[in-house]
Design a binder for this molecule. Structure first.
Ligand code: ADP
Length: 874
């Protein structure tokens, strides 16, 4: 295909496509968005739409597919969810008026990390675009939610590349951005990590980063406050490289092609100001996603999130993913929860009001893009009105904490008033169909609408008087866009048409006419209607400008409401689930009385969850080695301690009778076996990597939850590794640790180390089974009751019997080596005896089933012969 042969339109297509090579180009043609060439092949497959061909020039055809423009959103979101970007190319002029080829250009690129449309977004989750620059022993990381205007940035120095990867992994999995911008890094380890993760990555070329400047057009699209804030952050945090923020802004401008008015505040955060949770712990403790569901269902967040607004939902998710480690901040949240719980009427009143508050945080992008519609503006007004009610309730509460909270809420009364004076209560979504500006706001507008209204009455009168004058009973005055106003007379009445009617159009059954009088009125009516709509739009645009000027305040109010909604949710949950306020200590103690697992207990209906105590400190109760049968509740118990500790750091009440918990710097967990097959690692390899991470990063202020470390390898390997790890923690790290194991040999360590103690979970042994009591007590067990549990699980009797036989032989030879054990004669004997048993059973069965009465003498003799032979084999 040579370019010369192409039609002019295809030339236009290709020159636009050239600039958006990494996107699927939606090319507007009439009422369709068309895709061509490679894009068409991909899109037809992914969207399951027909692939056709279109002539693209002399003797050439190209693959093509298309979708109607008015359903484009559905298809775009489908492509985005499958990991594509979509560049939308629109017609920039009215095709009817265009001379030659219609002007077209890309008006927006939809990418996974820059979504802003309510249609595409999950309400209760942020949608982040993240950028990262790794160079000269520094990682610079920034991320923004374009739909809300939030922008965060941080940096981290590192010596070893592994440190950088740990930091990057933790942040990426916490933030979970659907799209990432990153510089071209030469380090293979980082690149491997990024390639194996499933993030959507855009590489930014070195030359693009070298000298990032914004030209004047770009500058005009960025809110000035952003540059002031960047400068402030640069100074206050001695940030030497700002390119991670700049490339975010550049990318947003390039894709959105719109001013970024709602991006204003930049928050510099430091990771060590939060309780650090790595990806594994977040996953295993099911903080925001259930392990089985991979959705919110079954997670701690699901339990805690009773927020009433989407803004609150998103805020609370942030709280759960990044719990605090500052005592005062935690106490502040706890104080509020406590006060709300002693003011239940207020709590319920505010809860009810919150239900009526719209997602005004995400309106900010629409305000910025000026595509907010009248209905949404009224939702904003109504929400502010409700927010005002919350403010008043708090103000009138006679409680200093609530009064302080009240003063932090700005219900933006001026904005309420402005909207209220301009827009009617129940306006339409579109701006060009009907009137939505209140009567009385603009005299001029009222007059124009009145004139067009009057015109309508005049027409009605004219219709009646013409009917009378002409005697044509079914004469009608009608309107359409092409003819304007006309008088319609059916064929049967044509003889009665007077002379002053001028013919306009002939139809099959009727004729259409106009008169000079009608023509004159038409221009008056249509003129005033046109002008009325023009003026209405001008007024509306002014209101939109006013909102743009106030965008920052609207966002601030939204953020405050999100926080209040989150606190109210925690208060409601604490009350409904019987949680108590935890104490915070700085003496390294974790003392929980009758603690419960918040997620497991919620699943228990009828059956009661058995609560348990926990006492850990920095001296004699530092490490607990927990032995006990399978299924006794060891994992549940350990997770419960971690979750209660995390809940305290979130600033939430906890499921326990009482809890006194010290501030922890990090929680590490090594729970559950999961192959990371995508990374080509076996269960054991994954386990050892996790342990390695724990051992090198844990401090004496950390909490370690280790469940069956060493399980993925042979018994003696596993035991040795587990043993050495416990010793290392006891001697060197000195972190509070819960260590569940089936290596009962480890209980000996409590005699060697003052800081190690043994715990076990009580079971009651009956004759051939066990009953789980779920109570954790001091002591240990030297029996895993694996066979009993296997029996409870329904494994058949033959296997259970055989397993018991083998176990008794192996246990009796405890001190011999493995080879001796399996070569043991009695083990082989049992095996042979077992085969013998089976044959004997079959033999007896055969004899018992002989029917003496029906067998002939000759058959009886043959059978007897057979039986004698068989008996010799047994
Ligand atoms: P283990 O780790 O000892 O094998 P789990 O912690 O997985 O045992 O617990 C097994 C099951 O026992 C859990 O799924 C839960 O249903 C139940 N369970 C655990 N702890 C309790 C408890 N404290 N009260 C009631 N049921 C419990």
């Amino acid at each position: 295909m040579t370019k010369e042969n192409l039609t002019p339109m295809m030339k236009q297509y290709l020159s636009i496509k050239e600039e958006y090579k990494d996107s699927i180009l939606f090319f507007r043609l009439g009422d369709f968005y068309e895709m061509f060439f490679e894009d068409a092949i991909i899109a037809s497959k992914e969207l399951e739409i027909a692939l056709t061909k279109r002539s693209t020039g002399a003797n050439s055809k190209s693959p093509m597919c298309g979708i109607p423009y008015h359903v484009a959103n559905t298809y775009i979101s489908k492509l985005i969810s499958k990991g594509y970007k979509v560049a939308i190319c629109d017609q920039l002029e009215d095709p009817a008026l265009a001379k030659g080829i219609v002007k077209r250009d890309v008006t927006k690129v939809v990418t996974p990390g820059t979504l802003a449309d309510f249609d595409y977004l999950k309400q209760d989750e942020n949608n982040y675009l993240l950028s990262m620059i790794v160079k000269s022993h520094m990682v610079y990381l920034s991320y923004t939610d374009y739909s809300t205007g939030e922008l965060y940035t941080t940096s981290k120095a590192y010596f070893e590349i592994d440190e950088a990867i740990d930091f990057i992994a933790d942040e990426l999995y916490r933030i979970n951005p659907p799209e990432i911008l990153i510089n071209e890094i030469s380090n293979d380890k980082i690149n491997n990590f990024l390639n194996l993760s499933n993030f959507y990555i855009n590489r930014i070329k070195e030359e693009e980063l070298e000298n990032i400047v914004f030209n004047s057009e770009e500058k005009s699209l960025i809110n000035e406050i952003v540059f002031e804030n960047i400068e402030k952050i640069e100074k206050e945090n001695k940030l030497s490289d700002l390119s991670s923020i700049y490339i975010l802004l550049k990318y947003l401008i390039k894709t959105q092609k719109h001013s970024l008015n709602h991006l204003n505040t930049i928050i510099y955060y430091e990771r060590n100001k939060f309780l650090i949770l790595d990806e594994n712990s977040k996953k295993n403790l099911e903080l925001v996603k259930g392990l089985n569901t991979n959705t919110k269902s079954g997670s701690l967040l699901e339990i805690l999130d009773k927020t009433k607004t989407s803004m609150g939902s998103r805020e609370l998710k942030k709280w759960v993913e990044a719990p605090l480690n500052n005592k005062d901040e935690i106490e502040y949240r706890l104080n509020l929860i406590e006060e709300f719980n002693s003011n239940l009427i207020l709590l319920d009143d505010i809860t009810n009001i919150l239900k009526d508050i719209y997602d005004i945080e995400r309106l900010s992008v629409k305000i910025s893009n000026k595509n907010i519609n009248p209905k949404e503006i009224v939702s904003l007004k109504n929400s502010l009105y409700e927010i005002n009610n919350i403010k008043t309730l708090l103000e009138n509460s006679n409680n200093n904490l609530f009064k302080e909270l009240s003063s932090s809420i700005n219900p933006l009364v001026e904005i309420q008033k402005e909207i209220d004076s301009i827009i009617v209560e129940d306006p339409p979504v579109t701006t060009d169909d009907s009137r939505f500006i209140k009567i009385g706001f603009s005299e001029e507008l009222d007059e124009l609408f009145e004139a067009s209204e009057k015109g309508k009455n005049w027409l009605l009168n004219l219709e009646n008087s013409e009917k009378e004058k002409t005697g044509i009973k079914n004469l009608k005055i009608k309107y359409n866009k092409i003819l304007g106003f006309f008088i319609e007379v059916t064929k049967a009445n044509l003889s009665m048409v007077p002379d002053n009617y001028i013919r306009k159009q002939t139809l099959v059954g009727s004729e259409r006419y106009f008169t000079m009088e009608l023509k004159e009125m038409e221009s008056k009516i249509l003129g005033s209607k046109d002008e009325a709509f023009k003026l209405q739009l001008t007024i509306f645009n002014k209101l939109k400008d006013f909102l743009v000027d106030n965008i920052f305040n609207i966002q601030k109010t939204a953020k405050n409401i999100a926080k209040i909604d989150s606190i109210i949710s925690l208060a409601q949950v604490s009350r409904n689930n019987n949680y108590t306020r935890p104490n915070i200590n700085d003496s390294g103690i974790i003392d929980i009385k009758n603690g419960r697992h918040p997620i497991v207990e919620a699943k228990f209906t009828g059956e009661l969850f058995v609560p348990n105590n926990t006492f850990l400190n920095n001296s004699d109760e530092m490490i607990h080695i927990i032995t006990g049968p399978n299924m006794a509740g060891k994992s549940t118990y350990m997770r419960q301690v971690a979750l209660i500790t995390i809940m305290m750091h979130i600033g939430c009440f906890v499921p326990a009778d009482s809890a006194n918990i010290s501030i922890i710097d990090r929680i590490f967990t090594r729970i559950g076996a999961s192959d990371n097959l995508a990374k080509g690692e076996s269960t054991f390899m994954v386990e050892m990597k996790e342990v390695s991470n724990i051992v090198s990063n844990a401090t004496k202020n950390s909490l370690l939850i280790l469940d069956e470390v060493g399980r993925g390898t042979s018994t003696y390997d596993g035991l040795s590794i587990a043993w050495a790890i416990v010793e290392y923690i006891a001697k060197n790290i000195k972190a509070k640790t819960l260590f569940a194991t089936h290596y009962h040999e480890l209980v000996i360590l409590s005699e060697k180390f003052d800081n190690i103690k043994n715990l076990t979970i009580e079971v009651e042994k009956t004759e051939d089974s066990i009953i789980f009591l779920r109570k954790i007590i001091e002591g240990f067990t030297n029996n895993s009751y694996g066979i009993e549990v296997a029996k409870l699980a329904g494994i058949n009797d033959e296997i259970i019997r055989r397993a018991s036989q083998i176990l008794s032989v192996v246990e009796n030879k405890e001190n011999s080596n493995f080879k001796e054990k399996i070569n043991d004669n009695s083990l082989v004997d049992i095996q042979q005896k077992s085969i013998f048993d089976v044959k004997k059973d079959e033999y007896i069965n055969k004899v018992a089933n002989i029917n003496i009465n029906s067998i002939s003498p000759i058959d009886a003799l043959n059978l007897l012969n057979e039986l004698v032979k068989e008996s010799r084999d047994i």
